[in-house]
Design a protein around this ligand. Sequence first.
Ligand code: NAD
Length: 299
Amino acid sequence: MTRVAVIGLGNMGGPMAVNLASAGHQVQGFDLSAPARDGVAGHGVTIAADGRAAVAEADVVITMLPAGAHVLACYQEILSAAAPDTLFVDCSTIDVSSSREAHALVGKAGHRSVDAPVSGGVVGATQATLTFMAGGDAGAVAAAEPLLTVMGKRTVHCGGPGAGQAAKICNNLILGISMIAVGEAFVLGERLGLDHQALFDVASTASGQCWALTTNCPVPGPVPTSPANRDYAGGFASALMLKDLGLALTAAGENGVDTVLGRTAAQLYTEFVEKDGPSRDFSAIITDIRSEERTHGQH
Ligand code: NAD
């Protein structure tokens, strides 16, 4: 049994905390929002009065917060309340610079740290099938692994501090661009009179093969479980894709990489989220590619 503090009990952190409690760990949770706190109360998670109280007796502190500024502010507040050598595991998706800064703050306060952003979304958090991309020294990552195994199915140690965040944003840079590529191909196929299934049957077994096509196919039919079959409900929200593309572009700018397609993808998702809202699965961008506004004069 490990004493765990979970700070940030939202869509992701809530079910992660519940899974830890269900596995027999002693979990103290805290969130600034009352509905988030209420969502886990009664599921084995004890709600602490504040972040400092949550971490005071913890062996491991897990944070699942919106952005780098939240993680840094939270760490500034709680680090001095934790016992020496507490393990801090930040599972939020944040910019690489803030993540490295967070590691430095933790180290300075006499604790150990891991960045461990996830893929798998709310379904993965609920069903404990997340993949963790971990950054930090090998000893700290090994110490975090027993708990990560409770909340997910796979952990990849990607390197030193911030390497988990780096892997996550590089992966999602590929994903954001490839979803637009798949969407453009289907819309072009439609205009050429090509059946969705025919294009899928060719591309899914040829060089166009990718996750955006074979698992998250943006048209209904070929992959019955993809969000396109339920009007793009659930899945990975467009706003989160836009967030991750923004993090990738920030890192690219800081490191002198000219991500031409990444910039274009971010621009297209910015416009899409403005028009369609933040919530639908990011594969719904095909509806924008198909729209009269985009294709006017092109056919
Ligand atoms: P969310 O907004 O549902 O939850 C974040 C919670 O943090 C909120 O309840 C908020 O009140 C709380 N919070 C903010 N500052 C706090 C503080 N100082 N102390 C205590 N609580 C605080 O967001 P989410 O969907 O759970 O996402 C969390 C993180 O996981 C984000 O970094 C996101 O990018 C990442 N992520 C989300 C998904 C997804 O599908 N939702 C998938 C992969 C990664």
